[in-house]
Design a protein around this ligand. Sequence first.
Ligand code: ADP
Ligand code: AMP
Length: 215
Amino acid sequence: MKIIMLGAPGAGKGTQAKKIAGKYGIPHISTGDIFRANIKNGTELGKKAKTYMDQGLLVPDELVVDLVVDRVNQEDCTKGYVLDGFPRTIPQAEALDKALADVDQKIDYAINVEVPDENIVNRMSGRRACVSCGATYHLVYAPTKEEGICDNCQGSLILRDDDKPETVKKRLNVYHEQTQPLIDYYTKAGVLVEVDGTIDIDDVFAAIVKVLEEA
Ligand code: ADP
Ligand code: AMP
């Protein structure tokens, strides 16, 4: 099962991708997490990516595409995977399709988690990420058991720099210009699934599972 998560920043792609990956035993591949790990480790890729991420811009396609194509060709991806945050542009989607077609494969579902812009700034300002394991929470909608401490690994929680309201507004504009056209792209490919992302986390997940299991 090869799945792509679509939706605005903060729509809940990562939250749902982790749940899908857990239920179906397939890897969750988040390009944002890969870049943040590179930044933390001080790699060349991390240094380059950071200059774009800090401004709320997309990292250039040429720094993303090969990385994802290599990742999905790894052994643990043979049963499928959930891509979270990739593709984010039409050229990225075309490059992924081409790489898959070369090995006679295709994407099965592109799940669009729909959340209106009005809800997004609120979502992002309450998001907290663990500095050690990257788990994400929300102060109101997905709180930790102990305030400021990760439930998984006891690491400390931070507000991501790019989740501050000014950067979020920029990221939303970038989303509408560069990423939203993918909804049309995957509709034409016949694999688009729309889910309402404004309801409770578990209800969004139930709606996704229903679609995946109906097929
Ligand atoms: P994305 O990966 O699309 O950027 P996340 O999955 O990190 O988004 O979710 C953004 C924030 O919103 C997180 O703090 C998360 O806990 C919270 N969140 C996710 N889904 C929902 C939901 N259905 N209702 C309320 N809050 C949610
Ligand atoms: P995310 O964690 O998915 O919200 O991504 C955080 C940031 O990483 C984005 O705002 C972009 O700067 C960068 N990024 C992640 N995935 C991609 C991608 N597929 N293409 C370009 N930039 C990306």
